[in-house]
Design a protein around this ligand. Structure first.
Ligand SMILES: [Fe+2]
Length: 295
């Protein structure tokens, strides 16, 4: 099953050895970990944040940098913004504790940004490249992963169950990364190191993009632009009801978010060297296909 279910109800360990091993193996083999019984609870006063008008209208998501406490992309101000940041911080800290307890081999995991996605995905207008309703792997244009650092993301659907049973977040996931990469990697233009240098100097990127970063961005764009691939590639629908959470390597699992509002998300990064099976990491798969070192 692409979705590996866990009956966990607490956001912290201790977890049994078998549970921890099952979690790590499933993730590294491109499965999603699914937690249907571990809701992220909003307090009564926080239910006011179930409001699509909470973004500033420009950004898709509201983001929190936990190191500075800086909140971006929201129309909320003053005390309301502080309470929103506190809710996101509670979620991010909880997700971090869970990941560390469930995946102790990833103990050096770095907590990156926390995001809140209050706007309904369905029916919005996007450019092709920013349309996450199309199958893609995640790659960040301004935040290079350099030596193949992983992108691991934890999501919670905090929508309330609507009377008609709605409120689910609907995803589709695609074929295994190696199959996808074998089709698209040969089409990607060679990496031009001068461009990475210039982008870094101009402040377009935070640090220099590696050949791996360029390739992942090209794969992200190529998949979204290929209408035939989007139509004919394998799609597995997945539904995440209100109150459920899930964890997935979004740099490895082809995914599309089709419908849903009110999701919280915490991003993590860590080095490939911490993985039990580093050969499953996108950088290793791509190096095998291209026969070149990419970092
Ligand atoms: Fe994505």
């Amino acid at each position: 099953m692409i979705r590996e279910e866990f009956d966990i109800t607490a956001w912290h360990g201790p977890f049994e050895f078998e549970t921890r091993a099952r979690a790590q193996i499933a993730l590294e083999h491109g499965h999603l970990l699914y937690f249907p019984k571990m809701p992220f609870q909003l307090s009564n006063s926080e239910t006011e944040f179930l409001d699509g008008g909470l973004t500033d209208g420009k950004a898709k998501n509201i983001s929190l940098d936990h190191t500075s406490g800086k909140l971006q992309g929201t129309s909320a101000t003053g005390e309301r913004a502080q309470r929103l940041a506190a809710m996101m911080e509670r979620f991010g800290a909880g997700a971090t504790r869970l990941v560390k307890d469930l995946l102790p081999n990833y103990s050096k995991v770095e907590r990156a940004r926390t995001s809140y996605r209050p706007v309904e995905v369905e029916g919005r207008v996007y450019s092709v490249i920013s349309d996450d309703r199309l199958l893609h792997v995640d790659a960040f244009p301004s935040r290079p992963m350099r030596n193949g650092k992983r992108i691991l993301r934890f999501f919670a659907n905090v929508a309330s169950l609507s009377p008609d049973g709605g409120g689910s977040r609907q995803w589709e996931v695609g074929e295994p990364f190696a199959d996808f990469a074998a089709k698209f990697a040969p089409r990607v233009k060679p990496h031009f190191p001068g461009k990475s240098w210039a982008y870094d100097k101009l402040g377009v990127t935070r640090g220099k993009r590696s050949a791996y970063d360029e390739m992942m961005l090209s794969l992200h764009d190529a998949a979204k632009r290929d209408t035939n691939y989007q139509k004919t590639a394998p799609h597995t629908p997945l539904e995440f009801p209100p109150g459920s959470c899930w964890l997935v390597y979004t740099d490895q699992v082809l995914h599309a978010a089709l419908k849903g509002e009110f999701a919280l998300e915490q991003t993590f990064h860590f080095d490939v060297a911490q993985m039990g099976e580093p050969d499953t990491a996108p950088i290793r798969v791509l190096e095998k296909i291209t026969g070149k070192g990419l970092a």
